[in-house]
Design a protein around this ligand. Structure first.
Ligand code: AMP
Ligand code: MG
Length: 514
């Protein structure tokens, strides 16, 4: 940790560029440690998210050369009060005790066109919670985080956002020697389940209540209304709100073929945002048992297990909130909600991928549709069909078949060409067509093209951007960013980015080290 204060960065005449508030700091010193980032050598912009800056109504000046220093952690924006927060939690199913922001430094909360937004610098140096770590993040994983945050947002999935990416030649040791980078990420709140587990484990119910009240007052005010469902118990309503957001998030992840890779209680957001992009992966070939985290030997966080692990994590949050809810039966009842809500959300997400969006569908229709989904997923898993390509081609085929006088097998060739067992897929397509009705295909197809993305952040695409950036060329980051922020658009000059991955992609192993 640096001791000498860093230079201030402001507009002329010491006017702050951002309008800061610091509601988190009002919680008091048990929740965080004030500190300064540690400077890095020779920072360079690797990416600036102009669209996000504009969306938030933040000025151009934010991305000028003075602010390069601020986003590198080499200077402090006027009005910012940097700190690192403390949390505890479970990692890979085991209680891990105190963790905390080991390399994410919180700059404060800045007013924006979308309400107050917290800004963190990830990789900006050691904190009291770094344990043995160096407080840094490598360029490789920072590019992945930057791009995936924005890809998720482009897909309509709640996520922390990425505002900037700064690269430095400073060496960082992981399995090999790499270089440092700092991502500035933005969210209404970076609170994790683990923030609550921390105070609960210490038996510090007063702090636990302060934190819960802070979350409800500033981030989850809908809990106050929801409390009527729970005999006025606002903390039960808090758990209920988080359970609902988590269920909706997980359904979206599953629907788009996203495997997070490290779903520890400290990497689940209280606001139901996707957070902490480490060894994540979007499917190439579909394989529900696939483990995307090289360090996850048991497959705890395999794609197919994500929904249950989310429930396990919610259970930990429920235990942490138990002293506040103070009613065990009610706590368990809230948790039960996930078990009906998640399948419902997943069912809707998968039906939407098939263009079946009738919200008034009866239970038996939903069940029949789910059978259709399951049969298709089995077929896809058996052949490890490319997940994104399949759904996109199916959407296109539905559009094309909508104009045919009658449905033909040839009309489905865009999808049947993706599998070996064509008769099996054709049988399924016949059932699907019967269910949907060809006269609905035109509208369905358009809706499917807005649901099934053409572009996702496949590992090999990120890898190409990483290799070029490591050689000093950051342009591929922008290219990917521009595709992934509108992943449902055709982008006809970028067909190769939507294609099957090259052979070398199969050899990529994504480690936990970042
Ligand atoms: P993760 O392995 O990313 O889930 O992080 C677990 C804990 O280790 C969190 O408290 C992180 O802040 C911390 N951590 C991860 N990497 C580093 C690092 N390079 N330096 C310091 N702390 C780290
Ligand atoms: Mg992490």
């Amino acid at each position: 940790m640096s001791s000498s204060p860093l230079a201030p960065v402001s507009h002329t005449h010491d006017l702050p560029v951002l309008d800061w508030t610091h509601r988190l700091t009002q919680l008091g010193p048990r929740f965080f440690t004030p500190l300064q980032p540690t400077p890095v050598a020779a920072p360079r912009w690797a990416a600036r998210n102009e669209a996000l800056r504009a969306e938030l109504g933040w000025p151009n000046a934010l991305f000028d050369d003075d602010h390069l220093q601020a986003f590198a952690g080499n200077a402090i924006m006027v009005g910012s009060q940097p700190l690192a927060t403390v949390y505890s939690g479970h990692q890979f199913g085991q209680w891990a005790g105190q963790l905390g922001d080991g390399r994410a430094i919180w700059l404060g909360e800045a007013a924006s066109a979308q309400g107050p937004q917290e800004i963190q610098l990830k990789g900006a140096g050691r904190t009291p919670y770094s344990r043995g770590g160096d407080g840094r993040a490598v360029l490789r994983s920072s590019i992945r985080e930057y791009l995936c945050s924005e890809a998720m947002h482009g897909l309509g999935i709640p996520t922390t956002r990425a505002l900037s990416l700064v690269a430095s030649p400073e060496p960082v040791r992981r399995e090999t020697l790499e270089t440092a980078a700092v991502v500035a990420r933005v969210a209404p709140s970076f609170l994790r389940f683990g923030h609550f587990e921390h105070f609960s484990a210490q038996g510090d119910t007063d702090s636990l209540r302060l934190l819960a009240d802070h979350a409800i007052a500033h981030h989850l005010s809908e809990c106050r209304e929801r409390a009527v469902l729970w005999q006025g118990n606002v903390y039960a309503a808090l758990l209920d709100e988080v359970q609902e957001r988590t269920a909706r998030l997980l359904a979206q992840w599953q629907g788009v073929g996203f495997c997070h890779g490290v779903m520890n209680t400290v990497t689940l957001s209280l606001l139901g945002l996707s957070i902490d992009y480490g060894p994540f992966q979007f499917w190439d070939g579909f394989d529900p048992g696939h483990i995307c985290n090289h360090s996850d030997h048991q497959g705890r966080y395999a794609y197919g297990r994500q929904p249950n692990v989310a429930y396990w994590n919610l259970y930990c949050l429920a235990q942490a909130l138990a002293p506040l809810i103070d009613d065990q039966d009610m706590t368990l009842q809230v948790l039960e909600g996930y078990k009906t809500l998640f399948p419902r959300c997943l069912g809707d997400a998968m039906r939407a991928k098939l263009g079946l969006v009738d919200a008034l569908a009866s239970e038996s229709e939903r069940e029949a549709d789910w059978t259709l989904v399951e049969d298709l997923m089995q077929l896809m898993a058996a052949e490890k069909v490319d997940f994104t390509l399949f759904w996109r081609q199916l959407s296109q085929a539905v559009v094309q078949q909508s104009t045919a006088s009658t449905l033909t097998n040839a009309g489905w060739s865009a999808v049947t060409d993706l599998v070996l067992d064509r008769p099996r897929l054709l049988k399924w397509l016949a059932r699907y067509s019967e269910r949907a009705g060809q006269n609905n295909f035109a509208a369905m197809g358009q809706q499917m093209l807005r649901t099934n993305p053409k572009f996702v952040l496949r590992n090999h695409l990120a890898e190409t951007a990483i290799r070029q950036a490591q050689a000093g060329d950051f342009s591929e980051i922008d290219t990917l960013y521009n595709l992934l922020k509108s992943p449902f658009d055709e982008h006809p000059s970028f067909e190769a980015y939507a294609d099957l991955p090259p052979d070398w992609a199969g050899q990529l192993e994504i480690s936990c080290s970042s």
